[in-house]
Design a protein around this ligand. Structure first.
Ligand SMILES: *[C@@H]1O[C@H](CO)[C@@H](O)[C@H](O)[C@H]1NC(C)=O
Ligand SMILES: *[C@@H]1O[C@H](CO)[C@@H](O)[C@H](O)[C@H]1NC(C)=O
Length: 399
């Protein structure tokens, strides 16, 4: 969906700004240095060094990206090169095109239920609500051990059945999506090093749909959103079992190589998107969609934090693997059930017709066979009769 830009067109914005303003800086500085009668070269070098330091520190991360608007998702790749890459996330999982990989074993959350006594930190980063996770939590079942870092949510704005998830299955969105982020602590010392490396991160994707029942586990997060309504706000919340947010079936999932779904979109994520969705109530979804602002508390214009999901990205040459054989594990739609019922009925009628035909042909042939048998027995009996009669005849003739 996003065109990959040519490198020359996509310098970080601060750098291109700098290139534009450099000539005027030089001219102004020379004028000023002459007036001040200073060692202009020395000062100029100092100034330029500071300028570059500032640029390096503020490049990219200084840009406020959003989902829609000036630096919306279609513009991300102009400022963050990787966002225009060929292995981006999220993707649409087309189940008939997934490849069953029997080596994909169930994922095992480790220490998710050992939350200790210290509270969790929940904060609004202007893009989503985040909970930092303690470093003793991790995930097993991947080629390396991955240590938990944080979890966050993505949602929409239109209530149930109006999108909000990042990943889609057969083109269908869920209402929201939970991401639990981990880094490869076997290969890398920390998150910041791992996040730029291939195989550096492992993210669990949990699709969230709405139903009638309240999901008490999600209230461990949703009940505290009112404390972090504005961007940069932070709250300490009681620790809880993170495993309770996950679906019960951790054995069935889709696996592919992808990226962070927000800038800088590093292509460093081993994705596991669970087949089973978790369910929350409509009221819970409404709280998720309407409580937070993307604007800071001091900003006069309040901006609701909504539709913080990225559009699906092209798979390009990637394969999505499934830990389960998609056909056998699939739930049947009502259409498919109808098709199967009609198919079975047609089959039964067909079988009945065939059976009737066979029975009829046997019945037609039976009288003929019966005649043949009767004739045979008749012949035999007459022959036997003749034979029996012979001795009696001789007996009669003897005396
Ligand atoms: C991460 O590890 C690298 C390499 O050891 C180190 O230079 C860097 O400061 C660390 N970053 C953080 C945030 O700890
Ligand atoms: C991801 O990429 C690595 C390295 O290129 C490769 O070995 C692995 O099979 C890929 N995994 C998936 C699920 O495509």
């Amino acid at each position: 969906m996003l065109p990959s830009p040519s490198p020359s067109l996509s310098l970080p914005v601060s750098l291109s700004h700098l290139l534009l303003i450099t000539p005027s800086i030089i001219i102004h500085f020379c004028v000023w240095a002459r007036r001040a009668n200073m060692d202009s070269l020395g000062l100029f070098i100092l100034l330029m060094l500071q300028c570059f330091q500032w640029t390096a520190a503020h490049a990219a991360e200084d840009i406020t990206w959003t989902y829609k608007g000036m630096v919306g998702q279609t513009e991300w790749s102009e400022y963050f090169l990787d966002c225009g890459g060929t292995s981006q996330s999220p993707v649409d999982v087309v189940t008939t095109q997934t490849k069953y990989d029997p080596s994909l074993i169930p994922l095992t959350p480790l220490g998710y239920d050992q939350h200790g006594n210290s509270p969790f930190t929940l904060y609004n980063n202007g893009h989503t609500a985040v909970i930092d996770l303690p470093e003793w939590m991790g995930i097993g079942g991947l080629p390396w051990f991955f240590t938990a870092v944080q979890l966050h949510l993505h949602w929409g704005s239109g209530g149930p059945s109006h999108g909000g998830s990042e990943h889609t299955i057969n083109g269908q969105s869920a209402d929201a999506e939970l991401h639990v982020v981990h880094y490869n602590s076997e290969l890398y010392p920390n998150m910041s090093t791992a996040m730029t490396k291939r195989d550096g991160l492992a993210v669990l994707g949990i699709l969230i749909v709405t139903g009638e029942e309240t999901n008490p586990a999600f209230n461990n997060v949703l009940n505290y959103l009112s404390r972090i309504r504005h961007a940069d706000q932070k709250a300490y919340i009681p620790a809880f079992d993170i495993k309770s947010l996950l679906p019960s079936d951790l054995g069935r999932y889709y696996r592919y190589n992808g990226s962070l779904t927000t800038p800088p979109c590093y292509q460093s994520v081993i994705w596991s998107v669970f087949h089973e969705r978790v369910q929350i109530s409509k009221a819970q979804l409404l709280r998720m969609e309407t409580l937070l602002y993307s604007s800071k508390s001091e900003e006069p214009d309040r901006m609701l934090l909504q539709d913080n999901y990225r559009a699906t990205q092209p798979l390009n040459h990637r394969v999505v693997f499934a830990s389960f054989s998609a056909e056998s594990g699939r739930e049947l739609s009502s259409g498919e059930v109808t098709a199967i019922v009609i198919g079975v009925m047609c089959g039964c009628v067909g079988l009945a017709v065939i059976v009737r035909f066979i029975v009829k042909t046997i019945r037609i042939k039976e009288p003929e066979k019966a005649k043949e048998i009767k004739q045979d027995t008749a012949l035999n009996s007459t022959a036997a009769g003749e034979k029996k009669e012979e001795p009696s005849l001789s007996l009669q003739t003897d005396p």
